[in-house]
Design a protein around this ligand. Structure first.
Ligand SMILES: [Zn+2]
Length: 146
């Protein structure tokens, strides 16, 4: 990919963004809301896993005998045991996008850090350049006067 092609840029959801379409680089003052998803690996107690719950329900249907088997199984499974489960977090993020590009396809993040409020988008080089300028200005504004 050449350096003039689309580039991935991390955008902070609270930062000031340029009036530039993220897709085509033309002026726009429109923001579109787009969906962001993030997959995490989460450790959960094994007894809370879906398979154990399903088994538990099934055994409860058997009546008292099922309850005994269930108790034995849970005891045998060891309460501290955990399993890894994939969970998906969803969020929405606003980015500048002109009506023409938005009508074709909404920009979607390549990667998301929902907890950190940061999203990686394919951006037009002009968008990236203007964002760099804004970030520089913001950094200068926040610097204390000598
Ligand atoms: Zn556009």
């Amino acid at each position: 990919m050449s350096e003039f092609g689309p580039q991935v840029t991390w955008i902070d959801e609270i930062e000031r963004l340029p009036n530039t379409c993220i897709t085509c680089g033309m002026f726009t003052d429109r923001l579109v809301k787009t969906r962001a998803k993030q997959h995490h690996q989460k450790m959960v107690p094994a007894s809370e896993s879906n398979s154990m719950q399903a088994l538990g329900c099934l055994l409860h249907l058997l009546g008292p005998l099922g309850l005994i088997i269930d108790a034995i199984l849970r005891h045998g499974a060891n309460g501290n045991k955990t399993i890894e489960k994939t969970v998906v977090s969803k969020s929405r993020v606003r980015v500048p996008c002109c009506p023409l590009c938005a009508s074709q396809s909404l920009p979607e993040p390549e990667e998301s850090d929902i907890a950190g409020g940061k999203y990686a988008f394919q951006t037009h080089p002009r968008f990236k350049e203007r964002l760099r300028v804004i970030r520089q200005q913001t950094a200068e504004e926040t610097q204390p006067d000598e």
